[in-house]
Design a protein around this ligand. Structure first.
Ligand code: ACO
Length: 340
């Protein structure tokens, strides 16, 4: 192990969304809602839905292949695969193991990480620590969700919000002063009942009654989650920017978790960031939980919105309740690797 810490950064990014689009208009036929309500209260216009034969690990593999290609890294070079998700294929084993075999990454350790919609920033932070110590050189961090399978399609409070998709990054060493400058992981476990799936685990195993009562789907107290989100998005961002020794005016891009445009606009206002500096794609994908930040990052990178040297803040909140974020200085030239 080296006696100095190595800077960790993103070497490549990729994403994948299913083709099937579910519009607000279609939802009007399914539950008592309206395009107008969904658009004004959330900013969401449509979301992607995976085909029945496709699961979370399948989306994860597709996003990962693109991230590996972008990074110029081969699957067999990976030391670790972290799959962050709250809609895993099965309770056991970790979906990351299915991804590992499908990609052909026999050297890589593999595990799942569940931190609600904050999963991706949790995963990226953990990966950066292994890179920093020199223990590992190439880590794949994936956020992938098929939330359409864990949503009650008769509950208008939740079914209009979520969508399916995946995003992935390859993490590795970058030059000093670049890559991840600061990160923060937080949780307020006292709020766990504001967003949870009651049944299907050890606390309330599946039986015919839990199925009949639809206890295997997401239950949410939207108002409480909204209150938490508006508070922590601001607090976490300010803490992170200070920790990275930056000022608000040094931030080039905010990539927030894509849950609700009102939460994002509130954060941008508090951080005095014009919306041109904020990445928003929830209008097209809804809330894809762990996938939302890497999906938005990938679109921003591939559209040329992210430039080398940009200071990027990624900040998330989610079930747990959890929150967290990362500040990074983007160092990757399009199609180049940051090999050190
Ligand atoms: N269509 C029409 N009416 C609706 C719908 C809908 N889809 N959903 C709720 N309503 C109704 C409610 O029943 C309520 O009616 P009532 O006054 O008769 O009771 C009314 O609209 C207002 O409901 P509110 O909850 O006050 O609406 P609000 O403006 O707070 O928006 C929302 C609700 C969008 C859920 C908001 O609270 C929110 O975004 N919360 C955060 C949710 C979130 O981000 N969750 C994901 C977290 S990440 C993770 O880990 C998965």
């Amino acid at each position: 192990m080296p006696n100095h810490l190595i800077q960790a950064g993103i070497l490549g990014v990729g994403s994948y969304v299913p083709e099937r689009i579910l519009t607000n208009k279609e939802l009007e036929q399914m539950v008592d809602t309206s395009d107008e309500w969904i658009t004004t209260r959330t900013g969401i216009r449509e979301r992607r839905i995976a085909d029945p034969a496709v699961s979370t690990s399948d989306l994860a593999v597709r996003a990962s292949r693109k991230a590996l290609e972008h990074a110029g890294v081969k699957p067999e070079e990976l030391d670790l695969i972290i799959l962050t998700t709250c809609s895993k294929d099965m309770p056991l084993p970790a979906g990351a193991c299915l991804v590992q075999t499908e990609l052909g990454a026999p050297q890589a350790g593999a595990f799942d990480l569940e931190a609600g919609c904050s999963g991706f920033v949790y995963g990226l932070t953990i990966a950066s620590q292994f890179i920093a110590t020199g223990a590992m050189k190439r880590i794949l961090v994936i956020g992938a969700e098929v939330l359409s399978r864990i949503i009650n399609w008769q509950d208008r409070n939740t079914c209009v919000l979520f969508g399916d998709g995946a995003g992935a990054v390859v993490v590795g060493p970058v030059a000093p002063g670049e890559g991840i400058l600061a990160s923060k992981l937080s949780a307020e476990g006292a709020g766990w009942e504001h967003l949870y799936i009651p049944a299907g685990g050890a606390k309330m195993p599946a039986d015919p009654v839990t199925v009949e009562k639809k206890l295997h789907y997401v239950h949410m107290n939207g108002k409480e989650v909204f209150r938490y989100a508006t508070r922590v998005m601001e607090e976490e961002s300010i803490h992170l920017i200070k920790a990275a020794n930056l000022r608000l005016e040094d931030i080039d891009l905010l990539i927030p978790h894509q849950a609700n445009i009102r939460i994002i606009e509130h954060a941008a206002r508090k951080l005095k960031l014009p919306m041109e500096k904020v990445v928003v794609n929830l209008d097209r994908y809804g809330n894809t939980s762990s996938a939302s930040i890497p999906l938005a990052l990938d679109e921003a990178v591939k559209s040329g919105r992210v430039k080398a040297g940009d200071n990027i803040v990624m900040v998330a909140f989610g079930a747990g309740l959890t929150s967290g974020g990362i500040v990074l200085k983007w160092s990757k030239g399009e199609g180049e690797s940051n090999e050190t």
